[in-house]
Design a protein around this ligand. Structure first.
Ligand SMILES: NC(=O)c1ccc[n+]([C@@H]2O[C@H](COP(=O)([O-])OP(=O)(O)OC[C@H]3O[C@@H](n4cnc5c(N)ncnc54)[C@H](OP(=O)(O)O)[C@@H]3O)[C@@H](O)[C@H]2O)c1
Length: 243
């Protein structure tokens, strides 16, 4: 088992879904964890669910807001690994019907937010630490129609990490790219239709089922612990890119 004793980890997006799974796994591995999200209620509920597994606390912040990001790192203090899983449902309109305000909000929350996290993390990220951002299967298997924006944003993370890994060395920068994962985001996107979508996709992909956050979390822990991994994108998609 990964041993993260003595490490402090900030998980932006840790109040739900994949981020919650990373927070739970990091706590089980002995780390101290700070979970971050916009909603104080969601953070409190997540803290309660994680209570008893280790040292966890929530800090409410919007990664699309630079003042929030500055305050986040001031409040969190020195730390060892930054994980960003935060994101909101992507735009899904055909390109001719694109709602530009929605697109800007999405890009702000995901890509600009990641740039701001990196910008302000460097001041308090301990030597030997790393940053791990999250892309996703939509860059490899774009939803059609409507997948162009999420595909462009997710794809950009691979190149963000490669450049940042050079600039920030020896700090390491990596990406996890999940396939479909059963999280709260899907409830928001498709509601009650979720189980039907998952059954169909589960039957198509080599792994034979949709992932849970616990299937994805070990990739983040591996990237924290392997000091020789940097500038890399790890795909954890049960073979979804192959079908
Ligand atoms: N689930 C999948 O199938 C899947 C597959 C591939 C890639 N991904 C990507 O993985 C990421 C996480 O997805 P998920 O399914 O875990 O979603 P989720 O369950 O909806 O969790 C998203 C988390 O991010 C937080 N968040 C959202 N916007 C934020 C912001 N601007 N600042 C700070 N925190 C913010 C949310 O809390 P608040 O709402 O309180 O802010 C929540 O904690 C997304 O970027 C998604 O695109 C997901």
């Amino acid at each position: 088992m990964t041993d993260l004793t003595g490490n402090k980890i900030i998980v932006v997006g840790g109040s739900s879904g994949i981020g919650f799974g990373v927070a739970a796994a990091a706590l089980e591995s002995g780390a101290e964890v700070v979970i971050v999200g916009r909603s104080k209620d969601k953070l409190k509920a997540a803290e309660n669910r994680l209570a008893g597994t280790g040292r966890v606390r929530g800090i409410a912040a919007d990664m699309a807001n630079e003042a929030d990001v500055v305050r986040l790192f001031e409040e969190a203090g020195g730390f060892d690994h930054l994980v960003a899983t935060a994101g909101t449902p992507p735009p899904n309109y055909p390109i001719g019907e694109t709602d530009m305000d929605f697109v800007r909000q999405f890009v702000d929350g995901k890509l600009i937010g990641a740039v701001m996290l990196a910008k302000h993390a460097v001041g308090t990220l301990n030597k030997g630490g790393s940053m791990i951002f999250t892309s996703g299967i939509n860059k490899d298997r774009p939803p059609v129609p409507g997948g162009s924006v999420v595909s462009a944003v997710a794809g950009s993370f691979t190149y963000f990490a490669r450049a940042l890994a050079l600039e920030l060395a020896p700090t390491r920068v990596n990406i996890v790219s999940p396939g479909w994962v059963d999280t709260e985001m899907w409830d928001e996107i498709v509601g009650a239709a979720k189980s039907g979508y998952f059954e169909q996709m589960g039957a198509r992909i080599p792994a034979g089922r949709i992932a849970s956050p616990a299937d994805i979390a070990p990739a983040y822990l591996y990237l924290m612990q392997n000091a020789f991994m940097t500038g890399e994108t790890i795909h954890v998609d049960g073979g979804q890119r192959l079908v």
